[in-house]
Design a protein around this ligand. Structure first.
Ligand SMILES: NC(=O)c1ccc[n+]([C@@H]2O[C@H](COP(=O)([O-])OP(=O)(O)OC[C@H]3O[C@@H](n4cnc5c(N)ncnc54)[C@H](O)[C@@H]3O)[C@@H](O)[C@H]2O)c1
Length: 313
């Protein structure tokens, strides 16, 4: 299989490229290195430094002759989406349109898109299923939801199959403290420096934390699935990529403290704008349709993350 991975120099993208090369897939990485790094790019994967909103995108995708395009490149910071919603929209919506059009022009059979739990906003029911109401609380969630609509608009008439994978809170090695759901990276970076991590709000807010290798595995499973993904079951192409387990931020902080052997305490600060109180996503649809389930326990993922963050000191 030949694949293009946009955002392949980033946190999730680099794990994904690693997993795909392991599966003997030919992968081309397209990334503008705005938040990603060349250190993350697998040296055996051809690399194009390019903004997905730039005019050269269709040529770059076409040259790779991909069977599948996995689109992870995005403006990923919630605070940036609040301070500069036009930029967030440009990268996440117009960029996704450009990627979808390039995939069609290149004759790709499928697009796999990194969407987000942020499309749901403050949940009105738990666990969130793909059909739950979508009411994004921040521009980032809105741009991800709009990107899902744009994909359908471009890909359906062209007969290109696609899946919108709504990732829960991803964590693991190479994560930056600034990105979406970067709480593990924020805590770990501070702990590794011997500083006190900051917990916003009560710490009793819950999240569905998923280890990055599981998310990479979901992207691979979606890319390789032999049936159709876009029209399978409720909410068409949307699939929650999550563990289905709730963890409070306080529990997470304590688990990481143990994994990092951090002796200190935590600082507390007021809750942040747009932070939802509770979140957990049901992953059943992905299991039923393309046979993927998360398999890494939280503790195992935290230990692997801790080892990496401690090495970065
Ligand atoms: N980390 C999470 O918890 C999480 C949760 C839900 C969804 N996601 C989504 O997963 C994807 C990957 O996120 P990540 O956490 O690995 O973040 P990341 O910042 O590490 O990766 C994003 C990559 O995209 C690249 N990029 C950004 N804008 C670009 C552009 N205009 N053109 C080309 N490349 C560009 C960056 O350089 C970076 O390498 C994103 O689409 C993000 O919205 C992440």
């Amino acid at each position: 299989m030949r694949a293009v991975v946009t955002g392949g120099a980033g946190f999730i993208g680099s794990s994904l490229v690693h997993a795909m090369l392991g599966a003997r897939t030919q992968v081309t990485v397209i990334d503008d290195l705005s938040t990603g790094s060349m250190d993350n790019v697998n040296p055996t994967a051809p690399f194009r430094r390019l903004d997905v909103t730039a005019p050269g995108l269709a040529d770059a995708v076409g040259a790779a002759r991909p069977d599948v395009v996995i689109h992870l490149a995005a403006q990923v910071s919630v605070p940036v989406s609040i301070s500069d919603p036009a930029f967030d929209w440009h990268v996440n919506v117009e960029g996704t349109r450009a990627v979808a059009e390039a995939a069609v022009a290149a004759g790709a059979g499928r697009v796999v898109f990194a969407s987000s739990a942020a499309v749901y906003g403050e949940p009105v029911e738990l666990p969130l299923t793909e059909e739950s109401p979508k009411s994004p609380a921040v521009p980032y969630g809105l741009s991800k939801l709009a990107a899902e609509v744009v994909l359908a608009e471009v890909l359906r008439p062209a007969g290109v199959d696609f899946a919108c994978l709504r990732f829960a809170n991803v964590f693991g090695p190479r994560q930056k403290a600034e990105g979406e759901g970067g709480v593990v990276a924020q805590f770990a970076t501070r702990m590794a420096r011997g500083e006190r991590p900051v917990i916003y709000g009560s710490g009793q807010q819950t999240r569905d934390f998923i280890y990055v290798a599981d998310v990479a595995g979901a992207c691979v499973a979606a890319a390789e699935f032999e049936g159709a993904l876009a029209l399978s079951g409720p909410d068409g192409p949307a699939y929650n990529i999550s563990t289905g387990r709730k963890t409070t931020v306080n529990m997470l902080a304590e688990g990481l403290r143990v994994a990092m052997r951090h002796p200190g305490d935590f600082d507390r600060a007021p809750a942040r704008e747009g932070d939802v109180e509770e979140s957990v996503l049901a992953p059943d649809k992905a299991a039923e349709v393309f046979g993927w389930r998360a398999s890494v326990e939280l503790e195992t993922g935290l230990r692997a993350s801790a080892a990496w963050f401690l090495q970065q000191r």
